[in-house]
Design a protein around this ligand. Structure first.
Ligand SMILES: CC(C)(COP(=O)(O)OP(=O)(O)OC[C@H]1O[C@@H](n2cnc3c(N)ncnc32)[C@H](O)[C@@H]1OP(=O)(O)O)[C@@H](O)C(=O)NCCC(=O)NCCS
Length: 318
């Protein structure tokens, strides 16, 4: 049986086949066909590289090696992500896809590439390390089981954080109160994002990307919360819907403006989001945080998030 490789751009491939590989590797992966389409559509709109080496066996896609630019990274740093269906692993496809993805990145001007695997996948870690990737950072995936989250015990925490007149409101309310809410929220998001601990500087996400990716299809206007001090937006937490799991919430960014930290605002935002999620019938909230982000990990631990596995971030200088 011969393996055939082809390079696809944007959505020029069968997205279902690629999602099926991701799910065969990790059944609880939140990836979806609609997510891939959103990402690729937005990359195309922004004129950023977003391509995928696919390996076929008898016309069936059994592996994929993604290479793309990112709205958060400088153009000389690109993302690579390789996956091979478990039934087709140990045939050299992973190494081959990684090499092709790196070559494509270099041809498009990349000087560094960044990739991820998790600590439960020693083979993937070995492939990356043998190819010259070095561990750069680790993130913890953790989950709050809403079945064990007691909504009645948190009112004091919320009251203390909002005692000075601070309000926690949803995007649904913000958008009614303030005509320029999208730009104001983008400003807050960008300020917070600049403070997320990373091993390399993140670029400010352009407004168009913010609108497409953060305020896009998976936005929940009554669950996305903003902390307001008077007319100032000072904190936010961003729960998103998960396409193929109606019971779960993915909690993406949580952050507080630097001059408002240490007053319990992040805790109050996350607790209010958990109360909202439980009342809406969701059963769990999943989030990811860098191991170096002590304040965020402390907030999560206090609320009852439990750590699952670590995702390892790898970097290679080409
Ligand atoms: C993480 C962040 C949201 C916390 O906001 P905050 O409003 O200051 O958080 P709170 O005041 O509610 O709680 C902070 C907790 O961290 C603890 N903490 C602060 N610094 C810490 C440290 N270096 N080590 C351990 N715990 C620490 C505090 O003691 C407090 O816990 P406690 O309430 O049990 O005492 C804020 O630092 C931030 O916006 N960072 C940048 C954005 C970011 O990294 N977001 C996470 C990625 S999504």
């Amino acid at each position: 049986m011969t393996a055939e490789f082809r390079l696809a751009f944007y959505n020029d491939f069968d997205l279902d086949e690629v999602v099926a590989i991701a799910r065969a590797i990790r059944p609880d992966d939140f990836i979806s066909v609609a997510d891939l389409r959103d990402w690729n559509d937005n990359q195309q709109r922004a004129g950023r590289l977003s391509s995928r080496w696919l390996v076929h066996h008898d016309d069936v896609v059994v592996g994929s090696g993604y290479v793309g630019e990112s709205p958060w990274l400088e153009r000389t740093m690109m993302i690579v992500h390789v996956m091979v269906h478990p039934e087709y692993q140990r045939r050299g496809h992973g190494r081959d896809l990684l090499e092709r993805a790196e070559t494509t990145a270099a041809e498009h001007g990349a000087e560094r590439v960044i990739g991820w695997t998790d600590e439960t996948r020693p083979r993937a870690m070995r492939i990356l390390e043998r190819a010259g990737f070095r561990e750069n950072d680790r993130e913890w995936q953790s989950t709050l089981d809403l079945g064990c989250f007691d909504v009645t015990t948190w009112q004091d925490t919320i009251d203390r954080a909002t005692a000075s007149g601070m309000r926690i409101i949803s995007l649904a309310v913000l958008s009614e109160e303030r005509p320029d809410w999208k730009r104001e929220l983008h400003r807050l998001y960008a300020d917070i994002e600049a403070d997320v601990p990373t091993q390399f500087p993140l670029m400010e996400m352009p407004f168009d990307d913010f609108e497409a990716l953060i305020l896009g299809r998976r936005l929940v206007a009554d669950g996305f919360l903003v902390a307001m001090d008077g007319d100032q937006l000072v904190g936010l937490t961003e729960p998103q819907l998960v396409d193929d799991d109606p019971t779960a919430v993915a909690q993406e960014m949580t952050g507080v403006r630097s001059d408002y930290r240490g007053r319990g605002i992040a805790t109050a935002l996350k607790v209010t989001a958990a109360i909202w999620a439980k009342r809406r019938g969701f059963t769990s909230i999943r989030t990811d945080n860098a191991q170096s982000n002590a304040p965020m990990l402390a907030v999560n631990a206090r609320i009852g998030f439990e750590r699952d596995h670590a995702t390892i971030e790898y970097l290679k200088v080409l």
